[in-house]
Design a protein around this ligand. Structure first.
Ligand code: GDP
Ligand code: MG
Length: 382
């Protein structure tokens, strides 16, 4: 039996690990969605889970919860990471930073684990594979804070945009809202997870499946913690005076298609993208940042700033000293040359004077006309 098959069997028995994070404004139905997805009350409802008290929620710490679920016969060790919901009237920077920090911390943990000599057998890989970003069902455009946060998050995690509490919009409102949201996402260049496919490489079924899922973006979802009996069967639904909205019914919401995608057909793709692309990008960024600062630190340890200044002064002094030496040499040489020329001049003068006195002695003054020494002596040029 090939080791791969053994590994697959073992992971099937043990279950596959998968982590989903839910992010979005308070009151968009995140807690209800999680409990619907896991079919149990994984997350408790708190007083602050309503929009009026949203500000209180921003101080909550991020605590992941684990739950084992089964999807199409596959056991999944699902980790749910609920995040502090944010509102319109509070300073959201803190909540934003807390979410980004959480994502990066999971990458840091695995980075540290990978560089250990001895691996920790109990190490838990808590990297987030998929982030469901809850857009409030306003029917308008994407809000500035949603654009900003999705931008920030998409570089660290697979972001899937969803419209929470989508049953509050009519069919035509929902259609128009989905279109506007996708226009905004493309306008602001937000790299959300868009069920990527390759027309050349992928088979027709995969291409079609991905195209369908992509066309549903942002997924219109609803949740319910209530079970209603319909045709003798208990289903999760929302009961209204005018009818019943069934969570799993594809005519009522995209819940079942989203669930099927993240926990079934696209679970592996989301995991691979997280591990091979998003984590690798983070790792490279982090290591090059660390190497850069290490080199700077090393240079500054070798030559502290003060030493550097002193050394450059010393170098300048040395240079000046050498230049002075050279100048002194030139000066000496010139002085020597002047001395030599003067000697030559004196010698010439002497010989001329001798010549003059010899001529005078011979009485030949009339031939020369003017005394010889009155003519300028030009043979020495400086
Ligand atoms: N109409 C509608 N209401 C919902 C839905 N999901 C949750 N709610 C309600 O919206 C309110 C806030 O939901 P909650 O899950 O606590 O939102 P959270 O603050 O994002 O966690 C609660 O009163 C829920 O009953 C939904 O799909 N449709
Ligand atoms: Mg909540």
């Amino acid at each position: 039996m090939s080791p791969n098959i053994t590994k697959r069997r073992r992971s099937k028995a043990k279950g596959v690990g998968f982590t989903v994070m839910v992010v979005g404004a308070s009151g968009t139905g995140r807690t209800t969605f999680v409990n619907t997805l896991c079919e149990s009350e994984v997350l408790p409802h708190k007083d602050c889970d309503n929009p009026e008290t949203a500000a209180l929620e921003t101080s909550l710490a991020i605590k992941p919860v684990n739950v084992d679920i089964e999807e199409d016969g596959l056991r999944i060790n699902l980790t749910i990471v609920d995040t502090p919901g944010f509102g319109d009237n509070v300073n959201n920077d803190l909540a934003f930073q807390e979410i980004v920090n959480y994502l990066e911390r999971q990458y840091d943990d695995i980075l540290a684990e990978q560089s250990r000599i001895k691996r920790n057998p109990r190490f838990r890989d808590n990297r987030v594979h998929c982030l469901l970003y809850f857009i409030p069902p306003t029917g308008h455009y994407l809000r500035e804070i949603d654009v900003e946060l999705m931008q920030k998050l998409s570089h660290r995690v697979n972001v899937i945009p969803v419209i929470g509490r989508s049953d509050s919009l009519t069919l035509s409102e929902l259609k128009a809202f989905k279109k506007r949201v996708m226009e905004d996402i493309s306008h602001f260049d937000i790299p959300v997870y868009n069920f990527p496919y390759d027309v050349e490489e992928d088979d027709e079924d995969t291409i079609q499946e991905n195209q369908e899922l992509r066309s549903l973006l942002p997924f219109a979802i609803m949740g319910s913690e209530e079970e209603v009996e319909i045709d003798g069967e208990y289903v999760r639904a929302r009961v209204y005076p005018w009818g019943v909205a069934i969570v799993d019914d594809p005519e009522h919401s995209d819940f079942s298609r989203l669930r099927g995608a993240i926990l079934g057909t696209h679970l592996q793709d989301l995991k691979s993208l997280t591990e091979d692309v998003l984590y690798e990008t983070y790792r490279t960024e982090k290591l090059s940042r660390t190497t850069g600062s290490y080199m700077e630190a090393r240079e500054s340890t070798m030559l502290p700033a003060e030493d550097l200044a002193n050394q450059s002064v010393r170098l300048k002094e040395e240079q000046l000293r050498k230049e002075e030496e050279k100048l002194r040499e030139i000066e000496l040489r010139v002085q020597r040359e002047i001395h030599e020329k003067r000697q030559q001049l004196l010698a010439k003068e002497e010989s001329l004077r001798n010549l003059e006195s010899r001529l005078a002695a011979q009485g030949s003054d009339s031939i020369l006309g003017t005394p010889i020494l009155d003519t300028p002596v030009n043979f020495v040029n400086f």
